[in-house]
Design a protein around this ligand. Structure first.
Ligand code: NAP
Length: 291
């Protein structure tokens, strides 16, 4: 059992994990930076680079998590095997002596029948953690405002059946700030067993959010609402696979349903400062990176 707190952060080659790691480094928290490709991990003061470790490689994960007391587990890319991957990473953590897991889930992960396809295995991972006996906190991240830029096509059009549904889009920085704050204070048990829903400051339709992205970037991002039939037909025409269509159309349909039309005070309550509007995201992925 490790004696002092050391936070292992996975997914550090990605947008969220890298921000959590940077914020922990700024706070002087000892940490392990875990990734599948250590050559792509940015070194940070007070941090050790660990890996290569993929979630489903139990032995490599066990070795990478050696000496960690808290594990920040960034959810994997959707592969159809996410629960198995997450469970494998958690088991490796237990075997390595981890005392607490902070898991990055998603808003709307309310059950096995969650309308957004990618939310379903988040919910199962949440249940897995609840039964693990470990100290754990679930962070249900709001939808990233930056995804709007990634979903745009080469004409900067965001096309889909999102209707007028509203979402409290959130920035990576705010999600990272909440998680880093909780990760840095292992002795505080206040958030054990909690589900913290991290949202931005206001609910906006895709149309309104896209206008904010356009204003922030000075680029002509625009929303083109589609019916479900139009959305399918347009994607088939562009050679997008059935699974990808199901994933993204279920994202738009979840937005349209209004289920994500809520804000929380989690950013303010945990970090002490208000959540940023998406116009201050400061980072916009290239178009067509989340098609
Ligand atoms: N809230 C939202 O709106 C939203 C939107 C999109 C995704 N997400 C979820 O949130 C997660 C984090 O978001 P992000 O923006 O940081 O995504 P990202 O930039 O794609 O980063 C994902 C990170 O997870 C790592 N990873 C993925 N699968 C893995 C596996 N099987 N084993 C080990 N590492 C693995 C990746 O490693 P490599 O560099 O080796 O690939 C990468 O470092 C995503 O992975 C996804 O599950 C949420």
């Amino acid at each position: 059992m490790p004696e002092k707190s050391t936070v292992a952060v996975t997914g550090v080659t990605g947008a969220l994990g890298s921000r959590i790691a940077a914020q922990l480094s700024d706070r002087g928290v000892p940490q392990l930076l875990v990734g599948r490709d250590p050559a792509r991990i940015t070194e940070l003061p007070g941090a050790q680079v660990r890996g290569p470790a993929a979630y489903d490689d139990s032995e490599a994960m066990r070795e990478a998590l050696r000496d960690a007391s808290t594990l920040v587990l960034i959810s994997s890319h959707p592969t159809g095997r996410r629960l198995e991957e997450h469970a494998s990473a958690v088991r490796a953590g237990i075997e390595a002596g981890v005392r607490r897991v902070l898991y990055v889930s998603l808003v709307g992960s309310t059950g096995p029948d969650a309308p957004y396809r990618n939310a379903r295995d988040h919910w199962m991972t949440e249940r897995y953690l609840a039964g693990s006996g470990l100290r754990h906190t679930i962070f249900r991240a709001g939808l990233y405002g930056s995804t709007i830029a990634a979903l745009a096509d080469s004409e900067l059009a965001v096309r889909g059946p999102g209707g007028d549904g509203k979402v409290a889009w959130v920035t990576h920085d705010d999600i990272a700030a909440v998680i880093a704050t909780v990760a840095a204070d292992e002795d505080n048990t206040e958030h054990d067993g909690e589900i913290l829903q991290i949202t931005g400051p206001e609910s906006l339709t895709i149309d309104a959010a896209t206008k904010q992205v356009a204003a922030a970037t000075g680029r002509n991002y625009h929303y083109v609402p589609q019916t479900l039939d139009e959305a399918f037909a347009w994607r088939w025409k562009h050679g997008i696979s059935g699974e990808q269509i199901d994933s993204w159309l279920s994202w738009y349909q979840t937005v349209a349903s209004g289920r994500l039309d809520f804000t929380t005070d989690v950013v303010k309550r945990i970090t002490g400062r208000p959540a940023k509007p998406i116009s201050e995201a400061g980072w916009w992925p290239s178009p067509k990176t989340a098609w």
